[in-house]
Design a binder for this molecule. Sequence first.
Ligand code: GDG
Length: 724
Amino acid sequence: MQKRMWIISNRLPVHISKRQGEFIYTKSAGGLATGLSSFYKTHASQWIGWSGYLTESSADKERIAAALEKESAFPVFLSRREIENYYEGFSNKTIWPLFHYFLEQVIYDKRYWETYRRVNQRFCDRILKVAKPDEHIWIHDYHLMLLPAMLREKNPQLKIGFFLHIPFPSFEVFRTLPWRSELMQGMLGADLIGFHTHDYARHFLSAASRLLGLEHVLMRLTYEDRIVKVDSFPMGIDFAKFEQAPEKPATEREISRIQYRLGGQKLILSIDRLDYSKGILQRLEAFHLFLQQHPEYREKVTLLLLVVPSRSRVESYRQLKLKVDSIVGRINGEHATIGWTPIWYLYRSAPFHTLSAMYHLADVALITPFRDGMNLVAKEFVASKTNRRGVLILSEMAGAAAELGEALLINPFNIDEIAAALAKALEMAGEEQSRRLQEMQSKIKRYDVTRWAQDFVDGLQQVSEQNAGLRSNLMTSEDEKKIVDRFRRSKNPTLFLDYDGTLVPFARTPAQARPPQGLLDLLCRLGAQTRLVLISGRRKQDLDEWFADLPLELSAEHGAWIKRKGEDWTTIEPLTGEWKSDILPILEATVARTPGSFVEDKDYSLVWHYRKADVGLGQIRARELTNELLYMTANLNLQVMEGDKIIEIKNAGINKGRSALFFLAQAVETDFILAAGDDYTDEFLFKVLPPAATTIKVGFRMTEARYNVKSHQQVRQLLEKMSL
Ligand code: GDG
């Protein structure tokens, strides 16, 4: 059964005002509110967000909260100061311009940041008061990027989804933000992070890799003790609502009214919130250029410019308004004739039936944002075209362009191109208009807002189930106690311990991962009481240098070499390293083209390390090299293995599992086995051990091991307890 869903966004989808002492509640416009409202109604959803109403009176707050609760909405009340710093400040003067690539508009102010964090915490507290641990929480947009991690910290079991409605910028832009890591970690508190397009998801993954060293496999990151899935979900619209609207009497009346006013002129439509990211000024300049280049269209075309007031308390928006006023005035002044005004300029929000009439009537929709997360207006225009007449001119910088390839796509910075597209659109044959619209309509209809939301919720359910599975594998302190107990009671215990990543963290070069004295003491104590085998991929020289004097048994090069207590190194079977001279030149050529990478030459294997290379380049070269090596070694008895920032070539059939079985066969029957390892080479070990063995995987990847632990520290802690 579908669990209850909490929708969290900066604003509740209602507008509250007070008239003659009475509160009035109306539905609010805007991409998110419009898009989600139909989903919200059909699912058992509850909404938490800022009320949008400023009041310090507790009586007012109570009245509002009581009225909204009936609509399943729960308000968060914010003060004037909080709105200034969190909403107008950090959200709209820092993140918004930065994520839309307007670097010169970004204000970096510590007070904004601190309030942003505080308000996110307020939302967190509010949610925790009402939401149950097994319910879904879907957080929306850039105002609340810290919220997922805040919630996760308080309640690790919550199923948290986060969707960003604006673009996620390229890393080169994102990195300028002083609080970039905090925002990143905040979002990573979610199980599922959604974006409108694959490009934004790609940018996010690149930032996660560069800032936090997190690598993804098929867009899944392993972060702390969870999987975080990153994906694109292009937001849709309520298609049916826009498709049916032109037949509604109110819309029909509006259509006739506008048609009468147009008197046969062609209509170009421009609709957006007043925002510098929407490219309104350049759009007007392009229209101006079009009129200059095409005098034949004078008195034959009108640009209907609907600009919806937005963020009018932010200075840059006020400035923009003045500029729009002035350009419209200039163009109208220059081109108007008695009876013809080239631009009908409406600075207000229009009721739905008027909006729908405009969409339905327009010959051209001119949508030219510099950057836009998605742009729902483009989709709404297409959906309203029941008569299949009209042309969409769309900026290639809008997320919607990824889906609407049949539009006339333009670069919004190229005014000549926009003017030319206008001419092309106005002259396009009816048949072609119809074909393009039909193709776009079928896509928008298929993936409408309900499907979008359902897809996201299904995705969230899937990842959170996997995470619950991982959590049940997590070694608890209770488990630890039992393991220590069984170990103490056993007569002939055997421990197999991997070294790098299991007993010490990864270092930038293999030589830097020298064991600290504390670890040597621990191994010494344990080795004195029990049979302890260090089973590593390292060269035997490394193990000798560090561990020769300890009471341990050793296995080097993934089991190619073994050394029993008091004996010399020997191989399990006769091995050869002759093949190395053929493979080494290939690895050296890769090193030459990949700065920061190097080759490790072992007796019976070769390893190419790329931990220190540029992340992207390293990945590309690793793929190239693997392909080449697989081809080269096809007829040899060799194995090519991709590990954690390494590619290793070694004799086939040699692995840690085989080595462990060799050790087990050589001794009196053991009555307790513990094996710990962190990477795929240790999976061979986990696989061959008997079911009663205690197998421990360091890190949170899928594994054959019984337990997952967070880090090498937890392994050390367990061993410490065992050694007492
Ligand atoms: C953000 C992202 C992303 C507009 N004017 C009127 C009116 N609207 C409605 C439209 C449409 C919505 O507002 C605008 O949505 P957009 O997507 O175009 O733009 P943003 O508000 O900037 O939204 C954007 C969106 O979030 C969703 O993820 O697409 O990229 O910036 O639905 O119909 N509605 C009415 N009167 C108006 O005058 N009734």
